[in-house]
Design a binder for this molecule. Structure first.
Ligand code: SF4
Length: 472
């Protein structure tokens, strides 16, 4: 995975800033509560939701079991349809391939449809280093780009911004990137959308190269699928002469029949729509329509390692609907930036440490960025048991050691010994009861845990003594 966000502080440090920002918390609370309420209504409309959820889970699991053959089938079909397939083992290789493809066209600017895979690998930065300007065309991504900001939500990357902030960003920076915002720009949604539309139209009509991701890749025909709400993606996919799609290898599904399930569950889970407004599909190239050259970059970047983990691999089922973010009490308060990755919230807490490994402070802290309440599992349309993976990853982090974990390990070892020696345990309990008035209310060295929790008061008499006296 790209190092774009590495070097960030660990989750508790980064989250502290967010929880002390009242504007951010109000923006997040308003947005997540609105989307989660709408999603619940949209899901309740379907009597067979539980069956669809199970079907989605099984399709994805079957796909992951046969990923090797499905990807080869996809490559054959894309190639037969006139596309070119490139395999990228990591972010560096993917960035190099895409940069070379753009340079070969002789162009110095590209338009992009919102793509998490390209954010994951830090493609915009790599293109910029090669002298190529990449213009984001999704409205929320445009806000993030113009504000020199980072995305904080899978579906609504500018969720941390309110209308007033967006107006100010448009008014001050749009002119530096292309067509400026009108002088009398207000913060009404219609005015902001119109300013973005005019700004982007200029780019769509000029760009010769488009870069996209994809929600799904159908192996049986070599077809890529993008679901979106604004239509900007379709402009990126159809107007340029060259289209380069960068897609994670886990996005393949076997057949169109399988797609049917996700076309029902994804829109309802993400935007609470019965059907998303734009579904674009493309298969290679055709002479009379669309791009004349199509390149598919299949991205691994840690996915094969994730696949090798029997518990953790379920994270690869994710269809990036963002429902888990919108119900997560931790995300709602900490915001997306604290997760230090393009994948924030509960899915980010299990996906990023698996794709990147847990060597850095931020990645080692992510499995702990949860209250384990289970709300994320309840809403996930492909039934990813996020709490199970969080606990599994915590085990791995704890195994590796580290400051807090060394203390924890020593305490557990001592507890194990004393629980195995009943006489010593009894003597210890009697001593603790006798000295109870002298005990501190906080455990020295464990303030992160005890700052917000009181130690339980010790009884005057240990339970086993009371039992011996009264019941035996
Ligand atoms: S983990 Fe599940 S709920 Fe969260 S984004 Fe992925 S598919 Fe959606």
């Amino acid at each position: 995975m790209s190092g774009t966000y590495l070097g960030m502080p660990s989750f508790p440090v980064a989250a502290r800033e967010a929880v002390n920002n009242p504007t951010l918390r109000a923006n997040l609370r308003h947005a997540t509560h609105t989307i989660r309420a709408k999603r619940a209504v949209a899901v309740a409309e379907l009597a067979d939701w539980a069956l669809l959820r199970e079907a989605g889970k099984q399709i994805k699991d079957r796909t992951l079991r046969h990923l090797d053959t499905l990807l080869v089938e996809l490559e054959e079909k894309v190639t037969a349809a006139g596309g070119v397939v490139h395999w990228a083992a990591d972010a560096e290789e993917a960035n190099r391939i895409v940069t070379e493809l753009v340079v070969a066209t002789g162009e110095r600017e590209v338009v992009k449809v919102k793509s998490m895979a390209t954010q994951e690998i830090g493609l915009n930065e790599a293109l910029e280093a090669a002298g190529i300007a990449a213009y984001e065309t999704d409205l929320a991504e445009l806000i993030v780009q113009l504000g020199q900001d980072r995305p904080s939500h899978i579906l609504v990357p500018a969720i941390h911004r309110n209308r007033g902030e967006i107006r100010d960003i448009f008014a001050t920076t749009m002119g530096e990137w292309g067509r400026p915002a009108p002088d009398d720009l207000t913060d009404s949604p219609a005015a902001l959308a119109e300013a973005a539309r005019l700004h982007l139209r200029e780019k769509f009509l000029r760009a010769k190269v488009g870069i996209s991701g994809a929600n799904f890749m159908v192996a049986e025909t070599g077809t890529l699928v993008v679901l979106e709400s604004e239509g900007n993606g379709r402009m990126c996919l159809t107007l340029p002469e060259t289209l380069i799609s960068v897609v994670g290898i886990e996005k393949v599904i076997p057949s169109w029949r399988d797609l049917e399930v996700f076309l029902q569950t994804l829109p309802r889970s993400s935007t609470a729509e019965r059907m998303n407004p734009y579904t674009s599909t493309w298969t290679g190239t055709t002479d009379s329509d669309g791009p004349k050259a199509f390149h598919l970059v299949l991205l691994d970047n840690g996915r094969t390692n994730t696949l090798a983990d029997e518990v953790g691999r379920q994270a690869l089922r994710c269809i990036r609907c963002s429902a888990c973010l919108n119900v997560c009490p931790v995300y709602e308060r900490a915001g997306g930036h604290a997760y230090g990755s393009v994948y924030p919230g509960p899915i980010g807490a299990i996906l990023s440490p698996q794709l990147r490994g847990t060597q850095s402070d931020i990645d080692a802290s992510l499995p702990y960025a949860s209250s384990l309440c289970g709300a994320c599992y309840e809403v996930c349309p492909v039934a990813i048991d996020i709490p199970e993976v969080l606990v599994h990853l915590r085990e791995q982090v704890a195994e590796k050691g580290g400051k807090g974990h060394r203390l924890e390990k020593t305490a557990m070892k001592a507890a194990g010994w004393i629980l195995n020696h009943p006489a010593a345990l009894g003597a210890g309990e009697r001593l603790a009861s006798k000295t109870r008035k002298l005990h501190p209310h906080k455990v020295p060295g464990a303030s992160a845990w005890t700052d917000s929790r009181d130690l339980p008061a010790l009884p005057e008499q240990p339970f086993r003594d009371w039992w011996k006296k009264n019941r035996t």
